[in-house]
Every structure is written in structure tokens, then in C-alpha cells.
Design a protein. Structure first.
Length: 285
């Protein structure tokens, strides 16, 4: 393994986590699910390096990479981000696209040396279509034993560290793509919405609880092969960005034409935007 790749491998600071990640590196498809600010991007980064170091060709699909293509398309410009939150039409269009993209990838890259790694937040209908049972060609791929959905579950201490790091990087990013990360106030709002899903109506801020967080995501992923990966060690990530790869993976992103097509399809399916808003609001069902 090259020195550059080794320098970015910090997962070995937690032996148990390193063993889990090396096992995942042998799968066909691995999707990291969870809220922003829970370590998904770091686990993606580490898995890409472990798998490429083992000689595999890694392909990467990420919400924050696919989303801007939809927003910048001619149709997508009708649905801009407001206060850091992606429009419902864009979220649903990206979900329609991702299942089709998965089938296209599997057809194109049949050899076992290829690995698809995904980052799938789910919350607020961000790629949650991958968790749903739908009668299409993607379903068999998503339920295959070679496909795993990993719920990255940080301890309270690790979650606090990740939030503080996000706050620091918001003002001083180490990589241009860090500017696409959800801002700190969105992280906090998303957790509060998840706590409300778990416990119904709540009054006042609810402290982060890893057990509650994991329970909601396990419920969402009840139709998938799921692994819970607990993050209870703060890994040494201060000197690099999770978007900086020694061996860049091949990224799956929609074309402008695809983004346009799926946005128009969402508009056709939902002539009344209130219906879509209602479905998005209950993304976990």
C-alpha cells in the first residue's frame, strides 16, 4: 500500500472497527446510512482506501455529490436550497435516479473486482428509496447477501466531536467539497426531528442518544441486510479531509439530462406539491 494511502488510514486506531471495515471491503455493495455528522463520510473514506489497497476498483455514490447536479439543472433551478435544506422535489428526483443508477452500474461492472460504496443519509428522504421495497430491477441487488447497509452509530462523545469539527470546518474547510456539508444548525435540527420520530411529540431540545438513533434507522432498514457499526473512538482526522482520496474512486453522478428527466417525472407525479411535502415529512414510513 502506498505511503499516501497509509497516511490516510486512521481506522486502525480502533482495532475492532478496522476488522469490521476490512470485512466490508470484500462485499459487492456497501451503503453507509445515517444522519449527517455521524461519521458516514469518514467510514466511506476509510473503506475506499482499504478496498483499493486490496486491489479492488471502487465506485462511489454520495448524496452531496449527486444533489448539486439536480439543483443546477434547468428544471432544478426552480427548486433552490432554502436555509441549507434541499427542496422536496430534488430529494424525490434523486431517489428515483439512484435506483436506476444502481442497476446501470451492476450491469456495466459485473466483475467481482468492482465495489460500490454509497453514502445514504435517508433522513428527510435523502436516498431513502434504497431502503424501500419496490418492484423493480434494483430490489434484487439491494436484498442480495453481498449488499450491506451500515448504520454508523457514534457514541455521545464522538458525536460531540464530529459536531465541533463540522463547526470548525464550516469556517475553514480543508477541501472545497466540505462547503457542501450540512451546516451545524442543520445537524442539530435533523437530530431533533429524528428524536421526535422515535418518541412522538417532545418539548424542548432532546440530547443525542445513540440507542434511539440506531433504533430509528434499523426500523427504516428492516427490509435490508443491515449492520450496526458503533463509533466510540475518536479517530485522528484533524489533518485531512474525508473528501481527499489517495486513489480517487469512480463517482456515480447523474448527467444534467438525467437530473432534468427525473425532476420532470416528480412534477408529473405530484401536481399538488402538498402531497409530496406530506410524503417527504414521513420519510421513515
Amino acid at each position: 500500500m502506498s505511503d499516501a494511502r497509509t497516511a490516510r488510514l486512521v481506522v486502525d486506531a480502533d482495532r475492532r472497527l478496522a476488522e469490521r471495515m476490512r470485512t466490508l471491503a470484500g462485499r459487492r455493495m456497501v451503503f453507509f446510512a445515517g444522519l449527517p455528522g455521524t461519521g458516514k463520510s469518514l467510514l466511506v473514506h476509510q473503506l475506499v482506501h482499504l478496498a483499493s489497497g486490496a486491489g479492488r476498483q471502487v465506485h462511489l455514490i454520495q448524496w452531496d455529490v449527486a444533489r448539486p447536479v439536480f439543483e443546477s439543472s434547468p428544471a432544478g433551478r426552480r427548486y433552490p436550497i432554502v436555509d441549507g435544506v434541499t427542496h422536496a422535489v430534488v430529494r424525490r428526483a434523486a431517489g428515483l435516479w439512484v435506483r436506476e443508477a444502481l442497476v446501470d452500474w451492476s450491469t456495466r461492472y459485473r466483475e467481482p473486482g468492482h465495489l460500490l460504496v454509497g453514502e445514504t443519509p435517508f433522513v428527510g428522504n435523502r436516498f431513502v428509496e434504497l431502503a424501500r421495497r419496490i418492484d423493480d430491477r434494483a430490489e434484487a441487488l439491494l436484498t442480495s447477501p453481498s449488499c450491506r447497509f451500515v448504520i454508523a452509530t457514534p457514541s455521545c462523545e464522538v458525536r460531540s466531536f464530529l459536531e465541533a469539527q463540522r463547526e470548525r470546518r464550516a469556517g475553514n474547510p480543508l477541501h472545497p467539497r466540505e462547503r457542501e456539508d450540512a451546516p451545524p444548525h442543520v445537524l442539530r435540527d435533523l437530530w431533533q426531528s429524528l428524536a421526535a420520530i422515535a418518541g412522538g411529540a417532545v418539548r424542548g431540545p432532546v440530547p443525542y442518544d445513540p440507542a434511539v438513533y440506531a433504533e430509528v434507522y434499523e426500523r427504516v432498514l428492516r427490509h435490508r441486510n443491515t449492520e450496526l457499526v458503533e463509533l466510540d473512538v475518536i479517530l485522528p482526522t484533524e489533518r485531512f479531509s474525508v473528501y481527499d482520496f489517495a486513489v480517487p474512486p469512480r463517482e456515480l453522478v447523474p448527467t444534467t439530462a438525467e437530473a432534468e428527466r427525473f425532476i420532470v417525472e416528480v412534477e408529473r407525479r405530484y401536481p399538488d406539491p402538498r402531497v409530496l411535502d406530506g410524503e417527504i415529512a414521513r420519510w421513515w414510513e
